[in-house]
Design a protein around this ligand. Structure first.
Ligand code: M6R
Length: 611
C-alpha cells in the first residue's frame, strides 16, 4: 500500500521524484526514499517518517536525471530506515521500489540466502532486488531478468527498477497494484497514480496486470507476461493541479469538507445528470439497456469503510424509491463468503480511490462467477473504474485527506440519482420525481448553510475533546451516518467512538452510559422523532451528556439535549447527505483541538491497496 514513482528525461530527477512522492503520500507515509544514478553507481537515500525527513537528508546537489522513489505504508517489517525502499541488490547493480505484497517471500529469501545474498531489511520487497540481480547473469538483459524474477513471484506488485549499468533505462511492471506511464516530451515518468505527473504530462498509459513497461527518455515499450510487445492506448488524463493543493486551508480535510457543495453539484453533473421535466436522472455510463433495468431483482453493494456507509445510505434510497431489495457488503467479507452470484442481481462497487484491494478482489470474485459489476468511483482511470463493466464517476475532485468526506457525499448523491432513475422506471410518479429533482438541486446550497455551523461546532469540539469515548446514535436512514460519524472521529482524533442504532441502545450500549460517556444523536423530524426523544431522555436520565443534530423545530429537543445543532430541512430521502456534514466538522475540530496529524492519521493510508 505504497506509492512509487520513477523518472527519466532531461530534467534533474530529484525535484520530479519528490513532487511525485508528495502527491503519492496519501498511499502511505511511514517512510520514503529515492535511488538515483550518480556517476557510475546507484545512490540510495531513505528515511523513516514523513517525506520532510527524506528531503532534509538529500544531497543538496544531485544532478542525476534518472531515479526511482517510494513512500511506504509498512506491511512486512517495522517502520525503519532499513525497511524503507528503494532496496538495492548486494552488488549495487539493481534498485527496486515495490508496492504490494510478495506472498512467497520467505521461500525466495531462503533460496537467495543459500546462494549467498545478504538481506539488509525485514521486508518482502528486498527479494525482488536480489532476484533480478540473480537473473542478470550475463545471458539475460535487464528486461529478461525482470521478467524471469517476476515469474517467480506470487503476490501483488507494482514495481519500478533502476539499473546501475543502464543510465537511461527504467522498467516498471504491474500485477494487482497500479502502475501508469506518463509520456512526456523526451521524458517519461512511471507512477502508482497519475497525480504524480502533475505539471509534467497529461498523456498516460495504464498498465494492466501482467504487463511491463520499458522506458527511456525518448521511447517506451509495453510488453505482456510472455515478453511480447503490445500496443496500449495513450489516454488523456485530467488532473487539476490546483485541486490537489491545500490553498488557503490549514488541512486538506477541512478544504475537502468545505468543497462539498461543489462536489455534490459535480456528482449531479451540475444538473446535467437530472431531467427536470421527467423528474428523473440520466446516467449514461451505466451501459444498461432499458430492459436490463427491469431485470434487476436485487442489488448487492460492495465497498469498504466510508464507501460502505455510503452504500448503506444508497441502499435505503433505492429500497425506498425503487422497492428493489439491496444488501450492502463489507467487500473483504464478501470475497471470502463464497457469494451466490445471480443473473438478476446488479452488483455495485463503491470506491473513492478505485484502488481498494478488498473491493477489487470482491469485484473479481463476482466477475469470475459471471456477475456484472458497475462502479461508483472517484478516481478516473483507476483500477476499479477500468475493471467494472460500466458505472458513474463521482467527480468529487482529488481527495487527499485520509478521512473521506466529499467522496461520501458525492457517492451518496450518485446513489440518490440511481435510486431516482430506478424508482421512476418502477413506481415513483413523475410528481414525486420532480420533487426529488428540486430537492437534489437545492442540496449544494443546504450543505453550504450546514457548513455555516462550523464556528459553533468548533466551540463544541473544545467541550467534548477530552472524553475517552463517544457514542453515536441514530435510526432509519440516519443509522449509517451514526456509523460514519463514529468512524470519522476515531480515525482522526483517536478518541474511541462507536455507532449504534438508537433502537439498539437498550439492548446493551446503555450500560456504557455515564457522565463520562457523551452521546451524539441524530434525531430527525418525522415519524421516529418521538422515539428518538425517548432515547435521548434515557441517556440523560443516566447523566450521559448529549449532543443532538436535528432538522426539527420541536422545542422538547432543547430540553433533552445539552447541545443542539439545527441543520436545514431537505427531502427525507436525501437527509443523510446533510446530517453527515456536522459529523465531519465535529471530528475535524476535535482532532484539531487535540493537535492530531489530521490529514495523515497514525497507522492509516488513504488507499488500502493490500488485502
Ligand atoms: O478508496 P475507497 O473509497 O475504496 O476507500 C475505502 C476505505 O478505505 C475508506 O473509505 C476509509 O474507510 C476512509 N479512510 C474513511 O474515512
Amino acid at each position: 500500500m505504497c506509492g512509487i514513482v520513477g523518472y527519466c528525461g532531461p530534467r534533474k530527477a530529484m525535484p520530479v521524484l519528490i513532487q511525485g512522492l508528495r502527491q503519492l503520500e496519501y498511499r502511505g507515509y511511514d517512510s520514503s526514499g529515492v535511488a538515483f544514478l550518480q556517476g557510475d553507481s546507484i545512490n540510495v537515500v531513505k528515511k523513516q517518517g514523513k517525506l520532510v525527513n527524506l528531503e532534509n537528508a538529500l544531497p543538496s546537489r544531485a544532478a542525476s536525471t534518472i531515479g526511482i522513489a517510494h513512500t511506504r505504508w509498512a506491511t512486512h517489517g517495522g517502520v525503519s530506515d532499513e525497511n524503507a525502499h528503494p532496496h538495492l541488490s548486494g552488488n549495487g547493480k539493481v534498485a527496486v521500489v515495490h508496492n504490494g505484497i510478495i506472498d512467497n517471500f520467505v521461500d525466495l529469501r531462503r533460496e537467495l540466502q543459500d546462494k549467498g545474498y545478504e538481506f539488509k531489511s525485514e521486508t518482502d520487497s528486498e527479494v525482488l532486488a536480489h532476484l533480478i540481480d540473480y537473473y542478470l547473469d550475463g545471458t539475460r538483459g535487464p528486461e529478461e531478468a525482470v521478467s524471469a524474477a517476476l515469474d517467480r513471484i506470487e503476490g501483488t506488485y507494482g514495481i519500478i527498477v533502476l539499473f546501475k549499468d543502464d543510465s537511461e533505462l527504467l522498467i516498471g511492471a504491474r500485477n494487482g497494484s497500479p502502475l501508469i506511464v506518463g509520456v512526456g516530451e523526451k521524458e517519461m515518468i512511471l507512477a502508482s497514480d497519475a497525480t504524480a505527473f502533475i505539471g509534467l504530462s497529461r498523456q498516460a498509459i495504464f498498465l494492466d496486470d501482467g504487463e511491463m513497461a520499458v522506458i527511456s527518455p525518448r521511447e517506451y515499450r509495453t510488453v505482456n507476461r510472455h515478453q511480447q510487445e503490445i500496443q496500449k492506448p495513450v489516454e488523456e488524463v485530467d488532473i487539476e493541479a490546483a485541486e490537489a493543493m491545500k490553498g488557503e486551508y490549514e488541512h486538506f480535510l477541512i478544504k475537502e469538507i468545505m468543497e462539498q457543495p461543489d462536489a455534490v453539484s459535480r456528482a449531479m453533473g451540475e444538473g446535467g445528470r437530472l431531467l427536470k421535466d421527467f423528474g428523473t436522472a440520466k446516467l449514461g455510463g451505466l451501459n444498461l439497456e432499458k430492459r436490463d433495468f427491469f431485470d434487476i431483482n436485487r442489488i448487492h453493494i460492495l465497498a469498504m469503510g466510508t464507501g460502505y456507509y455510503a452504500g448503506m445510505v444508497g441502499a435505503g434510497m433505492i429500497e425506498n424509491l425503487a422497492r428493489i431489495p439491496v444488501q450492502v457488503f463489507d467487500a473483504s467479507e464478501y470475497r471470502v463468503s463464497n457469494p451466490i452470484v445471480q443473473r438478476d442481481t446488479l452488483y455495485l462497487a463503491i470506491s473513492q480511490s478505485g484502488e481498494t484491494a478488498d473491493t477489487i478482489m470482491a469485484v473479481k470474485e463476482v466477475q469470475n462467477k459471471g456477475g456484472r459489476v458497475l462502479g461508483i468511483v472517484n478516481v478516473v482511470g483507476s483500477t476499479l473504474a477500468r475493471l467494472t463493466e460500466g458505472g458513474v464517476y463521482t467527480h468529487a475532485g482529488p481527495e487527499k485527506s485520509v478521512a473521506s468526506t466529499k467522496a461520501f457525499t458525492s457517492q451518496s448523491t450518485v446513489l440518490a440519482l440511481m435510486a431516482l432513475l430506478l424508482g421512476r422506471m418502477r413506481d415513483v410518479p413523475v410528481r414525486r420525481g420532480k420533487e426529488l429533482v428540486d430537492a437534489l438541486l437545492e442540496l449544494p446550497n443546504k450543505i453550504h448553510r450546514t457548513l455555516g455551523l462550523r464556528d459553533r461546532i468548533r466551540e463544541l469540539a473544545k467541550k467534548y475533546k477530552d472524553y475517552q469515548s463517544i457514542l453515536y446514535m441514530a435510526r432509519g436512514n440516519q443509522y449509517a451516518i451514526a456509523l460514519e460519524g463514529a468512524l470519522k472521529l476515531k480515525e482522526i482524533s483517536y478518541i474511541h467512538a462507536e455507532g449504534f442504532s438508537s433502537g439498539g441502545l437498550k439492548h446493551g450500549p446503555l450500560a456504557l452510559i455515564s457522565e463520562d460517556m457523551p452521546s451524539v444523536f441524530i434525531a430527525m423530524d418525522g415519524e421516529t422523532l418521538e422515539k428518538d426523544i425517548n432515547n435521548i431522555q434515557e441517556v440523560r436520565a443516566r447523566k450521559g451528556p448529549t449532543l443532538v443534530v436535528t432538522d426539527s423545530d420541536d422545542p422538547r429537543l432543547e430540553d433533552v439535549s445539552d447541545d443542539l445543532l439545527r441543520i436545514p430541512k431537505t427531502d427525507e430521502v436525501l437527509s443523510p447527505i446533510l446530517t453527515v456534514v456536522p459529523m465531519q466538522l465535529f471530528a475535524y475540530y476535535v482532532a484539531l483541538e487535540l493537535g492530531r496529524e489530521i490529514d495523515q492519521p497514525r497507522n492509516l493510508a488513504k488507499s488500502v491497496t493490500v488485502e
